[in-house]
Write a protein that binds this ligand. Sequence first.
Ligand code: PEP
Length: 252
Amino acid sequence: MRKPLIAGNFKMFKTVHETVSYIGELRQLARDISAVDIVVAPTMTAVHAAAEAAGDSAIGIAGQNVHWEREGAFTGEVSAPMLREAGARFVIIGHSERRTLFGETNDSVNKKTHAALTAGLVPIVCIGETLAQRDANETLAVLDRQIKEGLDGCTGEQLSGMVLAYEPVWAIGTGRNATPAQAGEAHAHIRQRLKQWFGLDPSEQCRVLYGGSVKPDNIGKLIGHQDVDGALVGGASLDPGSFLAIIRGATK
Ligand code: PEP
């Protein structure tokens, strides 16, 4: 059985100081939780301090982005080995904000995913359709392309340890989330494709999170679907109390 995972994406919120104090509070609040894996993705400047603050607790730290080269003349970028050295164990790749605002493509997602795996980071690869694509009945075809091209060249063994996040773009930061039935349909389809392209065992081990306006009051219904293994949470992760309520609500 897959262990649920709840990941908080701070986006461009919280200073180093605020992040460290948040992690300290979350450590206390979540100290009795072992049935759910917890990940926090702070801003790049706070990754190291967050990892130090998380210490030997069960809170894993993630980067929100990564470059695919180890080093080089790429002003403003950070590599996977650098993130790993700073204390990250996970990295979010291909978030829809990166795709729409910073021109990321399935090809760059693929290169970043391989770089993360090589450096020993767990990629959290984001996929999901826009509203126009959903309205045009293209959701499943878009997901297929994002999985096929984004994970091209990954082995079944690599997929087993990986995390995917299904995030319908129209549900991110909008307060409008997919109904459990819509999320369930997409997740079942993703699981089926993973089975077809990577084999039964990897498809059953890879965790697929839902993301898009997840809150304490809707996590229960979403996690109720057998193919939803947790959530990638933006806005509601910024407060440790509401993040904790989502973590508690994710117990299967
Ligand atoms: C996200 O940032 O991945 C996200 C899902 O944001 P929100 O929960 O605010 O919709």
